[in-house]
Write a protein that binds this ligand. Structure first.
Ligand code: UDP
Length: 240
Protein backbone atom coordinates (compact mmCIF):
# COMPACT_ATOMS: atom_id res chain seq x y z
CA UNK A 1 0.00 0.00 0.00
CA UNK A 2 2.94 2.35 0.49
CA UNK A 3 2.29 5.49 2.46
CA UNK A 4 -0.67 6.75 0.49
CA UNK A 5 -3.30 8.49 2.61
CA UNK A 6 -6.16 7.33 0.42
CA UNK A 7 -6.66 3.69 -0.56
CA UNK A 8 -9.42 4.09 -3.13
CA UNK A 9 -9.93 7.30 -5.10
CA UNK A 10 -12.23 8.65 -7.77
CA UNK A 11 -10.37 10.98 -10.11
CA UNK A 12 -12.62 13.45 -11.94
CA UNK A 13 -11.11 14.72 -15.18
CA UNK A 14 -13.04 17.36 -17.04
CA UNK A 15 -13.09 17.06 -20.81
CA UNK A 16 -11.32 20.41 -20.99
CA UNK A 17 -8.38 18.96 -19.07
CA UNK A 18 -7.74 16.67 -22.05
CA UNK A 19 -7.96 19.44 -24.62
CA UNK A 20 -5.00 21.60 -23.62
CA UNK A 21 -4.81 25.16 -24.88
CA UNK A 22 -6.86 24.40 -28.00
CA UNK A 23 -9.92 24.00 -25.77
CA UNK A 24 -11.32 21.35 -28.11
CA UNK A 25 -10.61 17.70 -28.82
CA UNK A 26 -7.92 15.57 -27.25
CA UNK A 27 -4.34 16.75 -26.97
CA UNK A 28 -2.05 13.69 -27.26
CA UNK A 29 0.74 15.01 -25.04
CA UNK A 30 -1.69 16.13 -22.32
CA UNK A 31 -3.55 12.83 -22.19
CA UNK A 32 -0.19 11.04 -22.06
CA UNK A 33 0.93 13.21 -19.15
CA UNK A 34 -2.31 12.54 -17.27
CA UNK A 35 -1.98 8.80 -17.93
CA UNK A 36 1.57 8.92 -16.55
CA UNK A 37 0.29 10.62 -13.42
CA UNK A 38 -2.43 7.98 -13.02
CA UNK A 39 0.19 5.25 -13.47
CA UNK A 40 2.31 6.78 -10.73
CA UNK A 41 -0.64 6.53 -8.34
CA UNK A 42 -1.72 3.04 -9.43
CA UNK A 43 1.83 1.87 -8.74
CA UNK A 44 1.40 2.93 -5.10
CA UNK A 45 -1.28 0.21 -4.92
CA UNK A 46 -3.94 2.87 -4.69
CA UNK A 47 -7.20 1.80 -6.33
CA UNK A 48 -8.08 4.32 -8.99
CA UNK A 49 -11.45 4.94 -10.64
CA UNK A 50 -11.71 7.76 -13.16
CA UNK A 51 -14.75 9.74 -14.26
CA UNK A 52 -14.14 11.60 -17.49
CA UNK A 53 -16.17 14.59 -18.69
CA UNK A 54 -17.00 15.50 -22.26
CA UNK A 55 -16.95 19.30 -22.41
CA UNK A 56 -14.01 19.27 -24.85
CA UNK A 57 -16.32 17.70 -27.44
CA UNK A 58 -19.90 18.57 -26.56
CA UNK A 59 -21.96 20.02 -23.73
CA UNK A 60 -25.70 19.42 -23.49
CA UNK A 61 -26.27 23.04 -22.48
CA UNK A 62 -24.77 24.31 -25.74
CA UNK A 63 -27.10 22.10 -27.76
CA UNK A 64 -30.16 23.20 -25.85
CA UNK A 65 -29.14 26.85 -26.29
CA UNK A 66 -29.07 26.11 -30.03
CA UNK A 67 -32.69 25.00 -29.74
CA UNK A 68 -32.11 21.26 -29.48
CA UNK A 69 -34.12 19.05 -27.20
CA UNK A 70 -32.18 19.09 -23.89
CA UNK A 71 -32.30 15.34 -23.30
CA UNK A 72 -30.99 14.61 -26.81
CA UNK A 73 -28.21 17.16 -26.37
CA UNK A 74 -27.31 15.60 -23.02
CA UNK A 75 -27.13 12.10 -24.52
CA UNK A 76 -24.67 13.53 -27.06
CA UNK A 77 -22.63 14.85 -24.13
CA UNK A 78 -22.63 11.42 -22.53
CA UNK A 79 -21.40 9.87 -25.79
CA UNK A 80 -18.59 12.45 -25.84
CA UNK A 81 -17.43 11.16 -22.44
CA UNK A 82 -17.18 7.67 -23.95
CA UNK A 83 -14.76 8.93 -26.61
CA UNK A 84 -12.60 10.57 -23.95
CA UNK A 85 -12.74 7.45 -21.80
CA UNK A 86 -11.53 5.24 -24.66
CA UNK A 87 -8.71 7.68 -25.39
CA UNK A 88 -7.63 7.59 -21.74
CA UNK A 89 -7.87 3.80 -21.68
CA UNK A 90 -5.62 3.64 -24.71
CA UNK A 91 -3.06 5.97 -23.13
CA UNK A 92 -3.03 3.96 -19.90
CA UNK A 93 -2.68 0.66 -21.74
CA UNK A 94 0.25 2.05 -23.70
CA UNK A 95 1.91 2.55 -20.32
CA UNK A 96 1.12 -1.05 -19.33
CA UNK A 97 -1.70 -0.23 -16.90
CA UNK A 98 -4.63 -2.64 -16.91
CA UNK A 99 -7.81 -0.68 -17.49
CA UNK A 100 -11.52 -1.30 -17.86
CA UNK A 101 -14.07 1.13 -19.23
CA UNK A 102 -17.61 0.77 -17.86
CA UNK A 103 -20.39 2.73 -19.50
CA UNK A 104 -23.73 3.79 -18.01
CA UNK A 105 -25.27 3.52 -21.48
CA UNK A 106 -24.92 0.01 -22.83
CA UNK A 107 -22.63 -0.43 -25.82
CA UNK A 108 -21.19 -3.86 -25.32
CA UNK A 109 -18.97 -3.83 -28.39
CA UNK A 110 -17.16 -0.83 -26.98
CA UNK A 111 -17.02 -1.30 -23.22
CA UNK A 112 -18.47 -3.17 -20.28
CA UNK A 113 -21.79 -1.99 -18.91
CA UNK A 114 -21.59 -0.34 -15.50
CA UNK A 115 -21.95 -3.04 -12.86
CA UNK A 116 -21.09 -1.83 -9.38
CA UNK A 117 -19.83 -5.10 -7.93
CA UNK A 118 -17.75 -5.80 -11.00
CA UNK A 119 -16.24 -2.33 -10.85
CA UNK A 120 -15.25 -2.95 -7.23
CA UNK A 121 -13.73 -6.30 -8.18
CA UNK A 122 -11.64 -4.61 -10.91
CA UNK A 123 -10.45 -2.03 -8.41
CA UNK A 124 -9.47 -4.75 -5.94
CA UNK A 125 -7.44 -6.34 -8.73
CA UNK A 126 -5.63 -3.02 -9.20
CA UNK A 127 -7.25 -2.29 -12.55
CA UNK A 128 -7.97 1.33 -13.30
CA UNK A 129 -11.72 1.61 -13.89
CA UNK A 130 -12.95 4.41 -16.15
CA UNK A 131 -16.61 5.31 -15.70
CA UNK A 132 -17.98 6.56 -19.02
CA UNK A 133 -21.33 7.98 -20.18
CA UNK A 134 -21.91 9.91 -16.97
CA UNK A 135 -24.81 8.69 -14.86
CA UNK A 136 -26.62 7.58 -18.02
CA UNK A 137 -29.27 10.25 -17.38
CA UNK A 138 -29.81 13.62 -19.00
CA UNK A 139 -29.90 16.71 -16.77
CA UNK A 140 -26.92 15.46 -14.78
CA UNK A 141 -23.20 16.17 -15.01
CA UNK A 142 -20.03 14.17 -14.77
CA UNK A 143 -19.33 15.94 -11.45
CA UNK A 144 -22.50 14.31 -10.14
CA UNK A 145 -21.32 11.04 -11.70
CA UNK A 146 -18.07 11.32 -9.74
CA UNK A 147 -20.02 11.90 -6.50
CA UNK A 148 -22.41 9.03 -7.22
CA UNK A 149 -19.74 6.52 -8.21
CA UNK A 150 -17.54 7.56 -5.27
CA UNK A 151 -20.45 6.81 -2.92
CA UNK A 152 -21.20 3.52 -4.68
CA UNK A 153 -17.67 2.15 -4.65
CA UNK A 154 -16.99 3.66 -1.21
CA UNK A 155 -14.07 5.75 -2.36
CA UNK A 156 -12.11 7.64 0.29
CA UNK A 157 -11.93 10.86 -1.69
CA UNK A 158 -12.75 12.54 -5.00
CA UNK A 159 -9.77 14.14 -6.71
CA UNK A 160 -11.07 16.94 -8.89
CA UNK A 161 -8.30 17.59 -11.41
CA UNK A 162 -8.48 21.07 -12.96
CA UNK A 163 -6.63 22.41 -15.95
CA UNK A 164 -7.30 26.11 -15.43
CA UNK A 165 -7.16 26.65 -11.65
CA UNK A 166 -5.19 25.16 -8.76
CA UNK A 167 -7.93 25.25 -6.14
CA UNK A 168 -11.06 27.10 -5.07
CA UNK A 169 -10.86 30.90 -4.87
CA UNK A 170 -13.24 33.53 -3.48
CA UNK A 171 -13.25 35.16 -6.93
CA UNK A 172 -12.09 34.21 -10.43
CA UNK A 173 -8.26 34.27 -10.13
CA UNK A 174 -7.90 34.95 -13.86
CA UNK A 175 -9.99 38.12 -13.68
CA UNK A 176 -9.25 39.26 -10.13
CA UNK A 177 -5.59 39.46 -9.05
CA UNK A 178 -6.68 39.79 -5.39
CA UNK A 179 -8.59 36.50 -5.42
CA UNK A 180 -7.69 34.35 -2.41
CA UNK A 181 -7.40 30.56 -2.51
CA UNK A 182 -9.15 28.56 0.21
CA UNK A 183 -7.20 25.76 1.85
CA UNK A 184 -10.30 24.11 3.30
CA UNK A 185 -14.03 24.65 2.84
CA UNK A 186 -17.23 22.93 3.87
CA UNK A 187 -19.84 21.83 1.35
CA UNK A 188 -22.30 24.24 2.94
CA UNK A 189 -19.84 27.09 2.24
CA UNK A 190 -19.64 25.96 -1.38
CA UNK A 191 -23.42 25.83 -1.69
CA UNK A 192 -24.11 29.06 0.23
CA UNK A 193 -21.44 31.11 -1.56
CA UNK A 194 -22.25 29.58 -4.94
CA UNK A 195 -18.55 28.77 -5.44
CA UNK A 196 -17.76 27.19 -8.78
CA UNK A 197 -16.38 23.92 -7.48
CA UNK A 198 -18.97 21.52 -8.84
CA UNK A 199 -22.68 21.82 -9.50
CA UNK A 200 -25.05 21.86 -6.53
CA UNK A 201 -26.40 18.34 -7.18
CA UNK A 202 -22.87 16.97 -6.96
CA UNK A 203 -22.00 19.06 -3.89
CA UNK A 204 -25.12 17.93 -2.03
CA UNK A 205 -24.43 14.30 -2.84
CA UNK A 206 -20.87 14.60 -1.52
CA UNK A 207 -22.06 16.44 1.58
CA UNK A 208 -24.83 13.96 2.39
CA UNK A 209 -22.51 11.00 1.95
CA UNK A 210 -19.51 12.53 3.69
CA UNK A 211 -17.13 12.26 0.73
CA UNK A 212 -14.19 14.67 0.83
CA UNK A 213 -13.07 16.42 -2.34
CA UNK A 214 -9.67 17.80 -3.30
CA UNK A 215 -9.60 20.44 -6.03
CA UNK A 216 -6.16 20.85 -7.59
CA UNK A 217 -4.30 21.51 -10.83
CA UNK A 218 -3.44 18.51 -12.99
CA UNK A 219 -1.18 20.66 -15.16
CA UNK A 220 1.59 20.37 -12.58
CA UNK A 221 3.13 16.93 -12.96
CA UNK A 222 2.99 14.71 -9.89
CA UNK A 223 0.00 16.49 -8.37
CA UNK A 224 -2.31 13.47 -8.45
CA UNK A 225 0.30 11.57 -6.45
CA UNK A 226 0.74 14.49 -4.04
CA UNK A 227 -3.01 14.58 -3.45
CA UNK A 228 -3.15 10.83 -2.82
CA UNK A 229 -0.22 11.02 -0.41
CA UNK A 230 -2.14 13.60 1.62
CA UNK A 231 0.13 16.56 0.84
CA UNK A 232 -1.61 19.90 1.13
CA UNK A 233 -2.32 20.94 -2.42
CA UNK A 234 -5.21 22.93 -3.81
CA UNK A 235 -8.38 23.10 -1.72
CA UNK A 236 -10.01 20.38 0.33
CA UNK A 237 -13.79 20.46 0.67
CA UNK A 238 -15.42 18.35 3.37
CA UNK A 239 -18.08 18.30 6.04
CA UNK A 240 -21.18 20.40 6.48
N1 UDP B 1 -24.14 14.50 -19.21
C1 UDP B 1 -25.43 14.09 -18.86
N2 UDP B 1 -25.61 13.27 -17.79
C2 UDP B 1 -24.58 12.85 -17.02
C3 UDP B 1 -23.27 13.28 -17.34
C4 UDP B 1 -23.07 14.10 -18.44
O1 UDP B 1 -26.39 14.47 -19.53
O2 UDP B 1 -24.81 12.08 -16.06
C5 UDP B 1 -23.93 15.31 -20.44
C6 UDP B 1 -24.21 16.77 -20.26
O3 UDP B 1 -24.83 17.24 -21.45
C7 UDP B 1 -22.83 17.39 -20.14
C8 UDP B 1 -22.00 16.48 -21.03
O4 UDP B 1 -22.58 15.20 -20.85
O5 UDP B 1 -22.80 18.72 -20.60
C9 UDP B 1 -20.54 16.46 -20.72
O6 UDP B 1 -20.34 16.29 -19.35
P1 UDP B 1 -19.75 17.46 -18.40
O7 UDP B 1 -20.30 18.78 -18.85
O8 UDP B 1 -20.00 17.08 -16.99
O9 UDP B 1 -18.23 17.37 -18.76
P2 UDP B 1 -16.98 18.24 -18.23
O10 UDP B 1 -17.48 19.63 -17.93
O11 UDP B 1 -16.49 17.57 -16.99
O12 UDP B 1 -16.00 18.16 -19.34
Amino acid sequence: MGNAKYKRVVLKLSGEALAGSEGFGINPSIIKSIAEQVKEVAELDVEVAVVVGGGNIWRGKVGSEMGMDRATADYMGMLATVMNSLALQDSLEQLGIETRVQTSIEMRQVAEPYIRRRAIRHLEKQRVVIFAAGTGNPYFSTDTTAALRAAEVEADVILMAKNNVDGVYNADPVKDKNAVKYETLSYLDVLKEGLEVMDSTASSLCMDNDIPLIVFSVMEKGNIKRAVMGETIGTIVRGK
